[in-house]
Design a protein around this ligand. Structure first.
Ligand code: FE2
Length: 429
């Protein structure tokens, strides 16, 4: 007797009508009409079943703090950083945990079972680090929370951050972070990239820097990051997050830069909701979008993943932690509405995120962890179009969240109709 069978599932790669057999928390078999029985059976009825969503870039310590101690009046990145600085002295471990716990619950209900969250290490008491390490443990059975030690006020610019970084890593934070474009000079930024990559290499850790989150086309720390990844043998373990300056860079320079990134195996993470909101703020018209060059990076073979970045915090007043909302915004901003392109952006919130985070056992092949989401949609493109209900969220073979199917009923002059927003069992595929 198997633990679980999900029957008649459509898979993200286009296979239709498959059964997924699960035993001991892992996918055991994937085939049409599996004859065996299971303790629990779910009829997906032609719905899409995907490996769970991955959020490759988030800030859980600030999530759901919107309005505290005041709202961001200008809506800018810099006022957001200032506001976060005002809020920090008021934080307690308990208040950070309460917000983080709620956010994790939202993420799980939306089918996101892996999150890489940056955690600000600028506070000498390390309250946010303590709080999120405890949340990582508390949610481990349900969600993979990977933490990045993030010196929000600069690694060199706030001198205490050099010690704080080491303390955070000693406490068990997983990944080395940084913010080179926020250092006092371009040279100091480049120096911080080298120092942080060396630290990661010494400790055998991954690197994920807030890199060039700027509209300045001369903010080129990504070049240094690719160089250091190559020099230190960190290929595949380094991520450049945001990379918004690439939007504004000279095309000739980018034609040199992107192959260097591909060669160095650097992952790129864009945050479409936040990039489109915060970048281009100094422009009148035309107004730049600011998101990095997702399409060109993907075409060059760079692994591109998406992050939510913020939910109701000093930088962004909206959001419910839905990675389909992120991908939906991303495909609009990148103008990637071709059928294959939309499919690749679904990967940006699933497979590509898992690669950037280095998740083991992720996917839908036999042997992978049974971390699955059944969506009220027929295929990835329809999922992007509808951002539908996550009917079942499955972790290691157990259902940990359910949402009822959404149905709208009309009464048009006495004629009662049920409206189905799905289109002939799927969309363009
Ligand atoms: Fe960020």
């Amino acid at each position: 007797m198997l633990d679980l069978i999900v029957r008649n599932a459509n898979l993200p790669d286009g296979r239709r009508g498959h059964d997924i057999a699960v035993q001991d928390g892992r996918v055991k078999e994937l085939a049409r009409a599996i004859g065996a029985r299971a303790r629990k059976e779910i009829d997906a009825a032609g719905c899409l079943v995907t490996p769970s969503f991955v959020d490759s870039h988030f800030h859980m310590d600030s999530a759901l703090s919107y309005g505290r101690p005041r709202v961001n009046r200008s809506g800018t990145l810099l006022e957001g950083i200032q506001l976060w600085g005002e809020l920090k002295p008021q934080l307690t471990v308990e208040s950070i945990q309460a917000r983080a716990r709620k956010l994790c619950q939202w993420a799980i209900a939306r089918g996101t079972l892996a999150i890489r969250s940056h955690v600000d290490v600028g506070d000498p008491q390390m309250l946010a680090v303590q709080a999120l390490l405890a949340i990582r443990t508390e949610f481990k059975p349900f969600l993979d929370l990977q933490l990045v030690a993030f010196p929000q006020d600069g690694y060199f610019r706030l001198p205490a951050n050099r010690d704080n970084m080491v303390r955070a890593l000693d406490m068990g934070v997983d990944v080395v972070g940084g913010i080179p474009h926020f250092e006092r000079s371009m040279a100091a930024g480049a120096e911080s990239v080298a120092a942080l990559c060396e630290l990661a290499a010494r400790r055998g850790l991954m690197v994920d820097l807030h890199c060039d989150e700027s509209d300045d086309p001369l903010s080129r720390h990504i070049e240094t990051l690719a160089f250091q990844a190559q020099r230190l043998g960190l290929q595949g373990r380094v991520t450049g997050s945001h990379l918004t300056s690439m939007h504004s860079m000279d095309n000739y320079y980018v034609s040199k830069l992107i192959p260097l990134m591909a060669e160095a195996g650097v992952h790129a993470v864009a945050n479409p909701l936040i990039n489109i909101t915060l970048q281009g703020r100094h422009d009148t018209y035309p107004k730049r979008r600011g998101m990095t060059r997702v399409k060109e990076l993907m075409q060059a073979g760079v692994n591109v993943a998406f992050g939510h970045d913020c939910v109701m915090d000093p930088w962004y007043p909206l959001g419910s932690h839905d990675m389909l909302e992120v991908a939906h915004m991303g495909l609009h901003v990148a103008q990637m509405t071709g059928t294959d392109e939309m499919q690749r952006l679904f990967d940006a919130v699933t497979l590509n995120g898992a690669r950037a985070l280095g998740l083991e056992g992720y996917g839908l092949e036999p042997g992978c962890f049974a971390d699955l989401v059944v969506l009220q949609a027929g295929d990835p493109v329809e999922a992007l179009r509808l951002k539908p209900a996550r009917l079942f969220v499955i972790r290691r073979g157990e259902v940990i969240a359910e949402t009822a199917a959404v149905e709208s009923r009309l009464n048009l002059g006495g004629q009662c109709l049920s409206v189905d927003f799905r289109h002939e069992g799927g969309s363009a595929a």
